[in-house]
Design a binder for this molecule. Structure first.
Ligand code: ADP
Ligand code: MG
Length: 319
């Protein structure tokens, strides 16, 4: 099988919405009048972003999920994506499973594959997604204001717990590992929540490198600070329901774990009911974890209202 047979067999499907998909020099997209295109790209390298042992179906899911998560954070509706692949060789069962996982998620979000590039090399996956958002309505990192609440969707820290277990630095009961591993390998991008938060949230970001580190990006872009409450974030570690986890370890996982692909966002305190209604509509739980302050910096308070002295480290590939 050659490059073009591979593309035809595994990565060519009839497009429904886009005027032109795989097979020409460019794909063509047709954004609706009054819409802005939202574009994001993510590169996944074996050994750095995923373990060589990962199930290819889950890898196909995750490669697209991390990109859809960026659209979610901007409140954009997915339209289409491209796939650039470097493959060490042609492994048909691997390709079939990878494509199946990727297209299953693509279909859930009505996002179509319109093009890409395929080359031989160490396994690397680059997806670029295109979404649309009404002009001026994208959720940005820069809109947080003093007095806003800080919210986060879903659960945090379980993906990192699974990674630690797979790397052998912690050991987990089988059932806990399987649940946490699903969070690591098949994150669910919060697209519906991002759409529902348009016009309500003042700022948003997806949590990929750890809550604190990602929140700092929002604070810096917005020129504000924040105070979080440890008692509100601690219950977000789902595994803690089945497991005794030391508080400092649980805080480390929840606040700095990474690979969560939840949305962290801010909204005026006067709009709490609207945030809760948006979350209900989207079918995604949200938790209020703190507030935005005029005072710069990020503080986490313990149950007595004292600032935690524990140091947290988010994920930075060059740190
Ligand atoms: P070009 O040389 O003009 O860039 P290619 O020969 O690389 O075109 O690719 C042929 C067609 O197949 C193009 O339409 C391209 O977008 C598409 N394509 C290549 N690789 C992939 C892939 N992994 N997934 C989807 N489409 C792909
Ligand atoms: Mg090419």
């Amino acid at each position: 099988m050659g490059e073009f047979d591979l593309i035809a067999r595994y990565f060519t499907r009839t497009v429904r919405r886009s005027p032109l998909g795989v097979g020409d020099d460019c794909a063509l997209l047709q954004p609706q009048p009054g819409m802005q295109l939202a574009v994001s790209t993510d590169l996944l390298l074996e050994g750095r972003h995923f373990l060589p042992t990962v199930d290819p179906r889950r890898l196909g899911h995750k490669a697209l999920a991390v990109n859809l998560s960026d659209l979610a954070a901007c409140g954009a509706r997915p339209l289409a994506f491209t796939l650039a692949l470097a493959l060490p060789g042609i492994d048909e069962p691997w390709l079939a499973a990878f494509a199946e996982g990727m297209f299953a998620l693509a279909d859930v979000h009505d996002c179509e594959l319109v093009g890409g590039d395929t080359t031989r090399g160490a396994l690397a996956i680059n997806i670029t997604v295109f979404g649309e958002v009404p002009a001026g309505q994208a959720l940005l990192r820069s809109g947080a204001r003093a007095g806003d609440d800080v919210w986060v969707s879903g659960t945090l820290g379980d993906a990192r717990l699974a990674l630690d277990a797979l790397l052998g630095t912690v050991s987990l009961p089988q059932a806990v590992l399987e649940a946490a591993r699903l969070r690591l390998e098949t994150p669910q991008p919060r697209v519906a929540l991002g759409l529902a938060l348009r016009g309500i949230a003042t700022a948003a970001i997806d949590v990929s490198d750890g809550l604190l580190g990602d929140l700092v990006h929002v604070l810096e872009r917005s020129g504000v600070g924040a105070t979080l409450e440890a008692v509100r974030v601690l219950p977000l570690l789902a595994a803690a329901q089945a497991l005794q986890v030391e508080t400092s370890k649980a805080l480390e996982l929840v606040l700095a774990g990474g690979d969560d692909y939840e949305l962290a966002f801010t909204a005026p305190a006067a709009r709490r009911a609207e945030v809760e209604e948006a979350a209900r509509q989207a079918g995604t739980p949200v938790t209020r974890i703190g507030r935005i302050d005029a005072l710069r910096g990020l503080r986490v308070l313990d149950a007595q209202g004292r600032p935690l002295t524990q140091k947290f480290t988010g994920f930075d590939h060059f740190a």
